[in-house]
Design a protein around this ligand. Structure first.
Ligand code: NI
Length: 138
């Protein structure tokens, strides 16, 4: 782990009170960890914008009765096999399936995959959770 550095932050009292309420609600024990996470979140957004190697997950819900849809979704995923590192399929109920597609690669490809999946008819929801390989954030 790299060296820890302490620094002071000047902040409007009301803004700090709001921050403290929010971080307590989210379970942070101290401001430092909450601020570290805010910085990391910002760095991850930059990673996704700068075309670095990223990691994340696509979560999608679709109607499994549409057999042609299941085939199309599988075909699309085969086209992105270098990006996809794992797929988990959950049968939500009689009609609906949920898939969690773990990805690692270029952010542009990740967005292309999301767009290819969510634009299919009967895909009810698809969302991209942007995370990091961990290499660029400490
Ligand atoms: Ni299913």
């Amino acid at each position: 782990m790299s060296e820890l550095v302490r620094f002071g932050i000047s902040l409007d009292r009301k803004l700090l009170q709001k921050f403290d309420r929010l971080t307590q609600k989210e379970g942070y024990n101290n401001r430092s960890e909450a601020i570290r996470d805010l910085i990391r979140k910002n760095l991850i957004q930059k990673e996704w914008g700068e075309g670095k190697e990223i990691a994340g997950a696509i979560i999608m819900v679709y109607d499994h009765h549409k057999r042609d849809l299941v085939n199309r979704l599988t075909d699309i995923q085969h086209n992105y096999q270098s990006l996809i590192i794992s797929t988990q399929h959950v049968h939500l109920d009689h009609d609906n399936c949920l898939e969690i597609i773990a990805i690692k690669g270029r952010s542009e490809k990740a967005r292309d995959l999301l767009n290819a999946l969510k634009s299919q008819k009967k895909v009810k929801h698809a969302n991209l959770s942007m995370s990091s390989t961990g290499k660029f954030i400490e």
